[in-house]
Design a binder for this molecule. Structure first.
Ligand SMILES: *[C@@H]1O[C@H](CO)[C@@H](O)[C@H](O)[C@H]1NC(C)=O
Ligand SMILES: *[C@@H]1O[C@H](CO)[C@@H](O)[C@H](O)[C@H]1NC(C)=O
Ligand SMILES: *[C@@H]1O[C@H](CO)[C@@H](O)[C@H](O)[C@H]1NC(C)=O
Ligand SMILES: *[C@@H]1O[C@H](CO)[C@@H](O)[C@H](O)[C@H]1NC(C)=O
Ligand SMILES: *[C@@H]1O[C@H](CO)[C@@H](O)[C@H](O)[C@H]1NC(C)=O
Ligand SMILES: *[C@@H]1O[C@H](CO)[C@@H](O)[C@H](O)[C@H]1NC(C)=O
Ligand SMILES: *[C@@H]1O[C@H](CO)[C@@H](O)[C@H](O)[C@H]1NC(C)=O
Ligand SMILES: *[C@@H]1O[C@H](CO)[C@@H](O)[C@H](O)[C@H]1NC(C)=O
Ligand SMILES: *[C@@H]1O[C@H](CO)[C@@H](O)[C@H](O)[C@H]1NC(C)=O
Length: 245
């Protein structure tokens, strides 16, 4: 009698372990730029709240602030040209420097959310200082990086990443819409558009591809069926426990 009960308990624990496995986190690379209105709206209004409130355990986010910039070799030097001009290249470098020197992701998010919310295309000042202050980021170090060769080289690295992740060929990425999202290092224009336009439900569809677990954030208010996958395991556990009674 005791044995039977113990076996049932053990199987139930195993079930919980399988359910709680979070190794399947989906990696999202977000290509954006600092003066792009759609990037701002998506990151501040959709991605950040969704990440913070629902999907923190299920996705890994990697920001790429290269956007639709391009790289051209002039006088033996690789130059970066940004969609919204020099100002934007500076903002992109500030982000590149913060991303390179700041962990965890939450703090990167805070700074990115703050600067995207506060940036003003008519102003000559990028809101680095007020946002660095809010997030406890060393402003002096970030400006030194963004104004020097380090910022340029970090941005060029993002440019190379953007080329390989979002294009797969040598065409300039001027055809991309921003933001663009690649999923587990694979980019499809359609999948990216679905995520940008309908993030929560598109992400849930992706999460459910490989997940055996119940994802609370993906549960519809009325859907009682999400617990169904657990049922067979519980029944098998019960049958096993019967066999050994
Ligand atoms: C580019 O570099 C090569 C080799 O270092 C040099 O011979 C050439 O003069 C440089 N060209 C320019 C435009 O600086
Ligand atoms: C590079 O980007 C700038 C700014 O968006 C644009 O004017 C230029 O045509 C682009 N050059 C190439 C080769 O795509
Ligand atoms: C993002 O920044 C805006 C403006 O500063 C702020 O109102 C909002 O609460 C921030 N979002 C989150 C999720 O903290
Ligand atoms: C943006 O900057 C310009 C120039 O400094 C200023 O006149 C304007 O009020 C600013 N806009 C906002 C929303 O702060
Ligand atoms: C940064 O924050 C400190 C307090 O945390 C405040 O005294 C200071 O004025 C702030 N500086 C800026 C530039 O906002
Ligand atoms: C870096 O450049 C920005 C914009 O050009 C300027 O406002 C800032 O004072 C510079 N900071 C440093 C530490 O050189
Ligand atoms: C290269 O990238 C461009 C822009 O994303 C795309 O339109 C084109 O189909 C791609 N070509 C190949 C051969 O993948
Ligand atoms: C992408 O979407 C377009 C328009 O909705 C459709 O015609 C096309 O077949 C889709 N491409 C792929 C690869 O699914
Ligand atoms: C599902 O898992 C496979 C194998 O690990 C992986 O290649 C694929 O990217 C995953 N798909 C999603 C949407 O997570």
């Amino acid at each position: 009698m005791n044995f039977k009960v113990n076996l049932f308990v053990i199987f139930s624990f195993l079930t919980i372990f399988v359910i709680a496995d979070k190794d399947n986190a989906i990696v999202l690379d977000i290509l954006y730029e600092t003066y792009c209105e759609n990037s701002k709206i998506f990151i501040t209004k959709t991605l950040y709240p969704a990440y913070k409130n629902k999907f923190i355990d299920f996705i890994k986010i990697k920001f790429n602030p290269f956007g639709k910039a391009n790289m051209t070799i002039l006088d033996n030097q690789t130059m970066v040209f940004c969609e919204h001009g020099e100002k934007e290249c500076y903002g992109n470098k500030v982000h590149a420097c913060v991303l390179a020197s700041t962990t965890p992701l939450n703090k990167q998010f805070e700074f990115i959310n703050c600067t995207l919310s506060k940036v003003n295309i008519s102003s000559s000042v990028y809101p680095t200082s007020v946002c660095a202050n809010e997030s406890n980021i060393d402003i002096v170090q970030i400006e030194k990086c963004a104004n020097g060769t380090e910022g340029t080289s970090l941005l060029l690295n993002y440019g190379r990443d953007a080329k390989s992740l979002f294009e797969g060929n040598t065409t300039a990425n001027s055809a991309l819409t921003l933001p663009s999202i690649s999923v587990n290092s694979k980019f499809s224009v359609n999948e990216s558009a679905l995520l940008v336009n309908n993030f929560d439900s598109s992400l849930c569809e992706l999460l459910l591809v490989n997940s055996t677990e119940e994802i609370k954030a993906c549960k519809l208010p009325s859907a009682a069926s999400t617990t169904l996958p657990v049922l067979p395991v519980v029944i098998i556990s019960f049958i096993f426990s019967k066999l050994y009674q």
